[in-house]
Design a protein around this ligand. Structure first.
Ligand SMILES: C[S@@+](CC[C@H](N)C(=O)[O-])C[C@H]1O[C@@H](n2cnc3c(N)ncnc32)[C@H](O)[C@@H]1O
Length: 366
């Protein structure tokens, strides 16, 4: 077992390096200083995954050194939430002496939030039987003396849920606390603190904008729901079925009455808006009646495909949230024919990694 990699770079230095890189990448489109949103330096990650190492009677978590690819023991993980740090220790204490729960256990995943709830997934290289279920129930009962957890057992073609396969996050934004269903194995913004900044930045860019908002890649309504108060109506689309179902739950639980979300890929929505295809999944959403002056996109790392880029260039205002500044720049090269960047931000979603989350507001050229 190797030793954990150490870093000598300070938080401020790593943040400044990202500011410099993003400023340089955006310089053909934006000359002003970026809005910069730092992260807390610890306990910012709401999810974490650990491999499990069996060493005789011992049992502990490991991670892999990215450079040497060698494993090292992990007893605590300061990047993860305090809930995860406390739970990861309790799990080892309770699972290590338990032959049923530890047999062929190879990974533990945690999904937590600011609300203190947590889903713990135990991944096995064996089928899970009634004996496992009884022991896992007892584990959950023991943990729930201190925490509010669900336990999921996963094996090949098997998923046993003890409790729920989601948490209800309580996220502050814009002076309110929103409830969001975060489902295990679905996309959620990993850094809750920076996510609040991203939502509030998007709201700030929406001040003074009128009409309706279209949102593509909307997930479970992370932006759609807090932005609803700032537009007449919001229509969101998203490809992943569990995220759309979570979005419908989130609309209801937050008592929002002007947001509609449909399960469509961005590519399908382009065809629907152009009137080339009709979708049963858009039933009840009257696109022709909407005054879409603004579009918000938050695509995966690959960025926007050409048809979606062309479609959003027809909007007066574009709020583009990006997890990959290189594909953002590619898309800006096309969008700068019709729009200019009037505001840009760096959100430090992923401290101490090379990943950069950013946002730009594009305004139609006069
Ligand atoms: C970066 S996440 C953003 C989600 C959401 N805005 C949020 O803040 O939680 C990108 C989302 O795009 C969805 N997605 C991926 N490819 C898509 C496509 N072709 N069309 C529509 N949605 C897609 C993913 O399922 C994911 O929910």
């Amino acid at each position: 077992m190797s030793t954990a990699p150490t870093t000598t770079i300070t938080y401020q230095d790593q943040l400044q390096a990202k500011v410099d890189t993003l400023t340089s990448l955006l310089s053909p489109f934006y000359k002003q200083a970026l809005d910069v949103y730092p992260s807390p330096e610890q306990h910012y990650r709401m999810r974490a995954e650990f491999r499990v190492w069996h060493d005789g009677d011992d049992l502990y978590y490991i991670m892999f050194n990215k450079e040497t690819k060698t494993p090292y023991q992990v007893d605590e993980f300061p990047a993860a939430s305090e809930t995860i740090n406390r739970l990861m220790q309790r799990i080892i204490e309770l699972v290590k002496p338990n032959p049923v729960l530890r047999k062929k256990l190879f990974q533990v995943d945690f999904l937590s939030g600011l609300s203190q709830e947590c889903v713990i997934s135990l991944l096995y290289h064996r089928q899970l039987d009634d004996e496992w279920q009884a022991q896992a129930e007892a584990l959950r009962t023991e943990l729930n003396k201190e925490f509010k957890v669900s336990v999921i057992g996963r094996a090949r073609k098997q998923k046993v849920i003890l409790g729920d396969d989601f948490i209800i996050e309580e996220l502050p934004a814009d002076g309110k606390t929103y409830q969001f269903k975060h489902i295990e194995n679905s996309f959620t913004q990993p850094n809750a603190y920076v996510n609040t900044h991203m939502i509030e930045w998007a709201i700030a860019q929406s001040q003074g904008l009128t009409g309706d908002l279209l949102e593509l890649y909307c997930g479970a309504g992370n932006f759609s729901i807090p932005l609803a108060a700032h537009f007449d109506h919001v229509v969101g689309t998203e490809i992943a079925k569990p995220s759309v179902e979570a979005a419908q739950f989130n609309i209801a639980v937050n008592q929002i009455d002007n947001v509609q979300i449909a399960r469509l890929s961005a590519e399908e929505f382009v065809e629907a808006l152009a009137g080339k295809r009709q979708f049963e999944r858009l039933k009840g959403i009257e696109l022709a009646e909407r005054q879409f002056n603004t579009v918000l996109v938050d695509p995966p790392r690959a960025g926007l495909d050409p048809a979606t880029t062309q479609m959003i260039s027809q909007f007066d205002n574009i709020i583009y949230i990006s997890c990959n500044p290189h594909t953002l720049v590619d898309n800006l090269e096309a969008l700068s024919a019709t729009h200019e960047v009037s505001r840009a931000a760096l959100f430090d979603q992923f401290p101490f990694t090379e990943h950069m989350e950013s946002g730009v507001l594009l305004t139609r050229k006069a």
